[in-house]
Structure formats: C-alpha cells, structure tokens
Design a protein around this ligand. Structure first.
Ligand code: ADE
Ligand code: ZN
Length: 367
C-alpha cells in the first residue's frame, strides 16, 4: 500500500514547529496528478482505534432490527422517537440509555452482527487496528451468559484482518459503579473459559468510583498477563488519572482530558509518554466540554502529550473516527502535521505486535 506523501517521515514525537493550519505545503516531488484538488477532503490516514465500546456502536436501525428479531418491545415507537433521546446532559444520562438499549442483545448472533457492523464502518473510517471494549457485566447481569457475549464478539474479531483489513484485540471492561467483587468474579470466569481477551478496562460512572476501588482486580489481571487500561479524567478529577497509573498500573488512560487542570501531571504524562485516548465528539455530547471549539485537544498536542483520536460510542455521539477527524479539521483547523501525529500516536500506543505496528507506520510514511 502507498505511503502518505507528507513531510512527516522523520517525525519522532517532537512538538510541531508551527501551529498554522495550512503551514504544511504539499511535497513538491509528488506529480501534480497526485495532488488533491483544493476542495477535496483530506485523505484518510491509517489509524488505530484504541477507545471503542462495542455496545456503543449499536445504531438505532440495528436496535430496532434486533428488537424485532428477538420479540422485544422497545419503549420507543420509531427511530425518530429513539433518536430524540440522544440529547445527553452528562455521562450518566448517556449511560442510562446505553444500558437500556443493550436489552436487544440476546444471542451470539446479535453480538456478532453488532461487531460486524462496526468493522464495516470502521474500515471506511480508515481504522486498520482496533482494540475493542465489551462490558460483560452489563450482559451477565440481565441473564445473558458470558459465553454468548464473548463468543459472539470474538467470532467476528477472529477474521477481522482477512475480512476487513483490521487487526483487532478484545478488552473486557469492568463497570466501576458495581463492586470489585463482581468484577473479580467475572474476570475469574473469563480466565477459566480462556476467553480471547488481551486486557481489561474500567468504565461506566466515574465520579465517586475512584481507581482505588479496583486495586485487587487490576493486580489479578496483571498477574494473569493481561494489558490494563482505565477511563480516568473524563468527568473525574486529575487525581483519578494519577491513581489509575499508580494504583492500577494501567498502560493507557481513556479520555484523560482533565489532566490539563494539573500542570505537574501533564509534565509527568509527557515525560512518560502515557497514551491518552481522547474522544472529542463524545466529550461534546456528554458536555464535558461546551463545544468542539473549546476542546483541549490542541492544547494537549501543544503540550506534547501522547494523544490519539477515538470514537468511544460512535452510534450515540454523532460519528466514527473519520467524523471526529473531519470535525477537528473543520472546527479547530487541525493541521495535516497533527493529523499524522495523532495517527502515529494511535498506532504506537496500541497493543498490536511490533510487526503490525511497523506495517501500519510504514503505510503512514513513518517506517
Ligand atoms: N461506557 C461507554 N461509554 C463510556 C464513557 N464515555 N465513559 C465511561 N463509561 C462508558
Ligand atoms: Zn469510553
């Protein structure tokens, strides 16, 4: 596959020399026919999606189709009535709808269909590697066997590279508003069934459920050889980011945007190159920032933080990874340099093996 012809071949993680949106000129060595017309949208870059809840990819149409297939009566008369609920005031107002809509997921086929639909759309978005969270407790607690949920998702992920050109890993995320005992119980079941999970995550209602609540869970996951990530600093304070790193020994922080309130923490995150999987459209829809124009992503990039752009729950937040990039470019004037930097960060921060990372970085022009 052709590398992207920009000037970033030697990019090494250093801050950008200029923040002017159009400071980057097309490479003069490229033949004129290769240069995009001025009005043409920017090329899709190969990216890794590192922050994605598979249940958050359930599009309204699929919710209705699965409800019909499973004989489930939805509390909405039609698509418009469902879509009218997608006005969120905070994280909890979204989580209420997100968990309620999971009722349509009953069989392995349902989980497989949801996963396949995401991969089809992600391929269009330029996603070449995806680390996908699933919330097992949200399904077990309503009587769906753990095997149904895990096997349904995993059966599609097993062939994702061949079918969609997307390498994938599965991450079991634990609901922080439930007890640590519940999480430990499900983790032990996942380990006992040899579930094909690469790691664990921590999600759901953040405030009031600090990382300290899950020290034993993360220690057990580490002992079992699993990778570790946690949501922190989405709605919760910067201290949750510090605690996730120190107490849970996580390797990536999901969101992390509130680190910007603590300069010492920012310095530490920059020094250690801790990956922060930022989700701009999610932050706007959940009102953690007022508008996209107010999003801290440009400041995070300028500070030298290791940030990537992700979609979180794309069916609920108005877009997939490509939509996030387009809006960042349109609203914030995100430069080509920063788009490539974000793509490079996503690949480098993934849990893909070194060969796969090298392959994707070469496609990006960063071998
Ligand atoms: N579960 C799904 N999306 C989430 C988010 N944005 N924050 C916390 N938990 C989630
Ligand atoms: Zn999330």
């Amino acid at each position: 596959m052709r590398a992207y012809p920009y000037r970033m071949e030697t990019y090494d993680g250093a801050p950008e020399p200029s923040t002017e949106p159009d400071a980057e000129q097309p490479d003069a060595a490229q033949p004129a026919a290769e240069e995009p017309a001025a009005e043409e949208p920017s090329k899709l870059l190969p990216v890794a999606e590192l922050h994605l809840h598979i249940e958050g990819t359930l599009e309204p149409e699929l919710i209705f189709a699965l409800a019909e297939r499973n004989g489930i009566q939805l509390p909405y008369a039609d698509l418009d009535e469902l879509r009218a609920r997608y006005e969120f005031t905070d994280l909890q107002s979204f989580l209420d709808l997100y968990y309620a809509n999971m009722a349509v997921l009953q069989t392995e086929q349902d989980f497989a269909d949801m996963t396949r639909a995401y991969l089809v759309r992600a391929a269009v978005a330029g996603v070449r590697h995806a680390e996908i969270m699933v919330d097992p407790q949200a399904h077990v607690s309503r009587g769906v066997p753990l095997e149904t949920c895990v096997n349904g998702v995993a059966s599609v992920l097993a062939n994702s590279l061949e079918e969609f050109g997307i390498s994938t890993l599965l991450i079991a995320a634990f609901l922080r508003d439930l007890s640590e005992e519940s999480a430990l119980e499900v983790l032990e079941q996942l380990l006992a069934m040899n579930a094909p999970i690469a790691g664990i995550g921590l999600d759901s209602a953040e405030v009031g459920n600090p990382p300290a609540k899950f020290e034993r869970l993360f220690a057990r996951a580490k002992e079992a050889g699993l990778r570790r990530i946690a949501h922190a600093g989405e709605e919760g304070p910067p201290s949750y980011i510090i605690d996730a790193l120190e107490l849970l020994d996580v390797e990536r922080i999901d969101h992390g945007i509130r680190c910007m309130e603590d300069p010492e923490l920012v310095e530490h995150l920059v020094e250690e190159r801790v990956p922060l999987t930022v989700c701009p459209l999610s932050n706007v829809r959940l009102r953690t920032v007022d508008t996209l124009a107010d999003h801290p992503l440009p400041a995070m990039l300028a500070a030298g933080l290791n940030v990537s752009v992700n979609s979180d729950d794309p069916a609920y937040f108005g877009g997939y990874v490509d939509d996030n990039f387009v809006q960042l470019e349109t609203v914030l004037g995100l430069s080509e340099f920063d788009r490539v930097r974000l793509a490079s960060n996503s690949i480098r921060s993934s849990f893909a093996d070194e060969d796969r990372k090298a392959e994707l970085l070469a496609e990006l022009g960063h071998s």
